[in-house]
Design a protein around this ligand. Structure first.
Ligand SMILES: Nc1ncnc2c1ncn2[C@@H]1O[C@H](COP(=O)(O)OP(=O)(O)OP(=O)(O)O)[C@@H](O)[C@H]1O
Length: 267
């Protein structure tokens, strides 16, 4: 089952470039070059590409953390030039985003407190998302008392409590062991279906991309990285990685990667 998409596109990217350096430092060095992309409201969209191709750079541009060099990047009708409450990022390392001196509950409540949400409502919202990510009973623990997977759950609950329309996820399960990773993938997929958020999920793991995404954009190796292909994944959730159609798509994307790496560049 897929979430009901709103008709409008949420994120529209046209001719987007990002370069570092400039005439003073020598020639311009483009990380990403000429990226076009439209992401629909409520969609689970995966950005897949080899290490260092510029996935995080693109995600951080959508987040408003990294400025563009040229092109257009709109969320709704608004050109992105700074972070906004409509977008929230879940990072690979929860440690850099959680406050170590606050408990699980206090971390999840933090954004709501900043917004001056009344105490009872704050508690109700936090309880809901703590339950949703499977952390009931751990509310009073500190981050140092949690496993890596639990910390990622806190990060996710905190982001969800702030109710952004768009979740930007930068290899959020990349540092977890394989079993925890599978569990988190299943849970995220279910949460996405329950909340109908727009998700942009960065990974270099093809299986993870197919387990989660409704569409998968493949980025070329950098520099001058761009989106070379977009795959539709017309399979119901939850997905079975052993199903023949799953494995056929995995092989297709895999051979795309191998051809690209052998050839030194993507087609
Ligand atoms: N501030 C910066 N100044 C110069 N180069 C940068 C800067 N930030 C990133 N880069 C370069 O941009 C390229 C893309 O980096 P990015 O982190 O976006 O890739 P990625 O695809 O997310 O990689 P990974 O999967 O390994 O996390 C890299 O070559 C990186 O060195």
């Amino acid at each position: 089952m897929s979430s009901a998409h709103s008709a409008s596109s949420v994120i529209t990217i046209e001719g987007l470039d990002k370069s570092y350096g400039g005439p003073k430092q020598g020639s311009l060095h483009y990380i990403i070059k000429d990226v076009d992309l439209v992401v629909k409201g409520g969609e689970f969209f995966v950005l897949l590409g080899p290490s260092g191709c510029g996935k995080s750079t693109l995600l951080n541009m959508i987040a408003g953390f990294v400025s563009k060099t040229a092109g257009q990047l709109r969320v709704g009708n608004v050109e992105v030039d700074k972070p906004g409450r409509d977008r929230a990022v879940v990072f690979q390392q929860a440690d850099s985003s959680l406050f170590p001196w606050l408990t699980v509950l206090q971390n999840v409540e933090f954004g709501l407190k900043m917004k001056k949400t009344p105490k009872e409502e704050r508690r109700r919202i936090s309880d809901r998302f703590i339950r949703m990510v499977g952390l009931s009973g751990h509310e009073n623990k500190f981050p140092r008392e949690l496993s890596g997977g639990m910390k990622q759950r806190v990060q996710l609950a905190r982001v969800l409590a702030n109710d952004p329309a768009i979740l930007l996820m930068d290899e959020p399960f990349g540092a977890l062991d394989a079993m925890t990773r599978r569990t988190m993938q299943k849970e995220l997929s279910q949460i996405w279906r329950e909340t109908n958020k727009t998700v942009i999920f960065v990974t270099h793991d093809i299986q993870e991309a197919i387990l989660l995404g409704e569409r998968i954009a493949v980025m070329s190796a950098g520099p001058n990285s761009r989106i070379t292909d977009i795959y539709d994944v017309p399979m119901d959730y939850p997905r079975d990685a052993t199903a023949p159609e799953f494995q056929a798509l995995q092989r297709r994307i895999q051979s795309h990667f191998e051809a690209a790496l052998e050839g030194g560049a993507y087609p």
